[in-house]
Design a protein around this ligand. Structure first.
Ligand code: WQD
Length: 338
């Protein structure tokens, strides 16, 4: 199929674009490069072994989005584009609503006008809110504790309502747990702009010498070693989940399907630090700091629905996630060149 990959130059978008091409799809990268670098593109083409079409579009621009979809002959959309930093969303909520909600409304309007009836949406376990029981199942109620999380809750609702209004629309809501890792080549990976919010890129930047220490945000949680536990999954497993979801809604699943993409196994901050030390070959300087506001003790998936309905399961281990992250970071200490 010919796929519009919004945010295709980003961390998960780039890895998914590669797997779409490997699966025989024709993937078109759509990005405004506000949070990604153009220098990922030649690396993607080298790994894909073929040129990749790119369209530079601000998806909050309804006219430009309509023109893109009208002329694109797309069979489906995978919608990654959006802002995703929890802390930033608290400081700049209007930007988050404008970009995240606005891009989804633009895309859905254009899809409806031009007969594109399949969308895979990049959602997040953050929609389970602050006090969900673990392991988390898809039928839990959704809520949020920050504007970023609310934009994901709202986008899911917009997609559900759009599917009621248009019975031809097929939607996959993919709720990611904690995506980490990098392509095994080490030539593409996670390259957050500014100070990383997330644990793995921060550990990687400390390991390569860009930052001086890892702050452990609290070691007094009710967990075995006192540090927060999360369901980290390799970005390559996550990308494979998108290919599987696309195939599934392309053939059988009418309406809206919701799948958790996680391993079902939690890993603590200390366990992640130990694994990364093994990967990079040296100890990492750490300091215990106060808990981060809004953090929960544990978050991990019940991935059984994706396994049953998509035939998908995460295969890569924490050690592989750390080894692949280290290969990317040590080969690209400053991330992608400008
Ligand atoms: C993981 C663990 C921290 C940094 C966030 C978003 C979520 C999703 C994934 C987009 C926690 C601890 C972290 C550090 C630390 N993003 N930590 N020191 O918070 O589970 O989820 O990213 O969809 O929406 O909320 O991920 O990587 O920030 O934190 O100790 O410097 O690492 O307390 O236990 P999180 P994270």
């Amino acid at each position: 199929m010919r796929i519009l990959v919004s945010g295709g130059a980003g961390f998960i978008g780039s890895h998914t674009t590669l797997q779409l091409i490997a699966a025989g799809h024709d993937a078109v990268v759509v990005d405004d490069f506000s949070r990604s670098k153009r220098s990922v593109l030649p690396r993607l083409e080298a790994l894909a072994g073929r040129p990749i079409e790119v369209r530079v579009v601000d998806l909050t621009d309804r006219a430009a989005t309509d023109e893109l979809v009208a002329g694109g002959s797309f069979d489906a959309v995978i919608h990654f584009a959006g802002l995703k930093a929890v802390g930033e969303s608290v400081e700049k909520p209007l930007d988050y609503y404008r970009v995240n909600i606005g891009s989804t409304l633009s895309l859905l309007s254009a899809m409806g006008r031009h007969g594109v009836a399949r969308i895979v949406f990049s959602s997040s376990a953050t929609v389970y809110g602050a006090d969900a029981a673990v392991p988390m199942k898809e039928d839990l109620p959704t809520s949020a504790t920050n504007p970023y999380g609310w934009t994901k809750v709202m986008q899911e609702q917009i997609l559900r309502d759009a599917a009621v209004a248009d019975p031809t629309l097929r939607v996959a809501l993919l709720r990611y747990f904690n995506p980490v890792g990098a392509h095994a080549s080490g030539t593409i990976g996670e390259d957050p702009s500014g100070i990383p919010n997330n644990l793995m890129p921060l550990i990687a930047q400390v390991a390569v010498g860009r930052r001086d220490r890892v702050l452990i945000y609290g070691d007094d949680y009710p967990t075995p070693d006192g540090t927060g536990r999360r369901d980290y999954l390799h970005v390559e497993d996550l990308a494979a989940g998108h290919v599987a979801a696309l195939d599934r809604i392309g053939s059988v699943a009418a309406g809206v399907s919701t799948w958790n993409l996680g391993t079902g196994t939690p890993t603590s901050v200390k366990e992640m630090l130990d694994s990364f030390s093994r990967a990079c070959g040296h100890e990492l300087p750490v300091e215990v700091a106060p808990r981060r506001p809004g953090d929960i003790a544990e978050s991990y998936a019940d991935p059984s629905l994706a396994e049953a309905e998509l035939g998908w399961r995460a295969t890569r281990t924490i050690d592989q996630m750390c080894a692949d992250t280290w290969r990317w970071q040590s080969s690209n200490p400053d991330g992608y060149p400008d």
